[in-house]
Ligand binder design. Structure first.
Ligand code: MN3
Length: 204
C-alpha cells in the first residue's frame, strides 16, 4: 500500500510564498486523492511493484484504462511526494556545496538555471510540471511534462529530483492567473539539501 509523505511542517509554514489553505487542500485533498486512487488501481492490476518501477514500466499494464489510471494517479502520488519533500520554510538561499557548484557549472550560473527552469514552468501549457532530473551518470536534465506525467515515464533513465507543480490547484487561491509570481515565490521554499540528496540517490 502506498502511503503519502508525512509533512514535517505545518500547513502555514510556507507563508507568504505558498498560503496555508492551498497547502492544506493540496495535501489533504489532491495528494490524498491520487494516493487512494493509486492504491485502488494497483489492487485491480494485481501488481506490487514499487512506485519507481511501476511508473518506469507502465506498458506492462495490459488494460488501457487501468494503465491510464495508474499513469495519472501513480504520477500524482510520486510527484506530490517529491514536491512536499523538497520544500521548506527555511529555503530561499541559493544552493551551496557540491550540488550548488554542479548547477553553476552545468548552467553557467544559478540565475541561469533558475531562468531556464522557470521558463519551462511558465511555458507548460495547461496543467503539468517543470522538472530537474538526473540520470545514473549524474547528468542533469531540465524538462516539463503535462498532467501528472514525469520523466520516469519517458524511459530515458532520468529520475526527477525537483519538480515545480504548475497545476492551478498549486497556486490559484493566492496567485490567481499569475503563474509567474508563484514560480518566483516557489524558489523561496526549495529545500536544496533534499534536492542534493535526491541527486545522490538518482546516481545509484
Ligand atoms: Mn498538485
Amino acid at each position: 500500500m502506498f502511503i503519502r509523505y508525512t509533512l514535517p511542517y505545518s500547513y502555514d509554514a510556507m507563508e507568504p510564498h505558498i498560503d496555508a489553505l492551498t497547502m492544506k487542500t493540496h495535501y489533504t485533498k489532491h495528494h490524498a486523492g491520487y494516493t487512494n486512487n493509486l492504491n485502488d488501481a494497483v489492487a485491480k492490476a494485481g501488481t506490487d511493484k514499487d512506485i519507481t518501477s511501476l511508473l518506469s514500466s507502465l506498458d506492462a499494464i495490459s488494460d488501457p484504462a487501468l494503465r491510464q489510471t495508474i499513469r495519472n494517479n501513480g504520477g500524482g502520488y510520486y510527484n506530490h511526494n517529491l514536491y512536499f519533500s523538497t520544500i521548506t520554510p527555511s529555503g530561499g538561499e541559493d544552493p551551496s556545496g557540491a550540488f550548488g557548484n554542479l548547477l553553476k557549472s552545468e548552467f553557467g550560473s544559478f540565475a541561469d538555471f533558475k531562468d531556464k527552469l522557470s521558463a519551462l514552468a511558465l511555458g507548460q501549457f495547461g496543467s503539468g510540471w517543470a522538472w530537474l532530473s538526473a540520470d545514473k551518470d549524474g547528468k542533469l536534465l531540465l524538462s516539463s511534462t503535462p498532467n501528472q506525467d514525469n520523466p520516469l515515464m519517458e524511459g530515458k533513465g532520468y529520475t526527477p529530483i525537483l519538480g515545480i507543480d504548475v497545476w492551478e490547484h498549486a497556486y490559484y487561491l493566492k496567485y490567481k492567473n499569475l503563474r509567474g509570481e508563484y514560480v518566483k515565490a516557489f524558489f523561496n521554499v526549495i529545500n536544496w539539501d533534499e534536492v542534493a540528496k535526491n541527486y545522490e540517490k538518482a546516481k545509484k
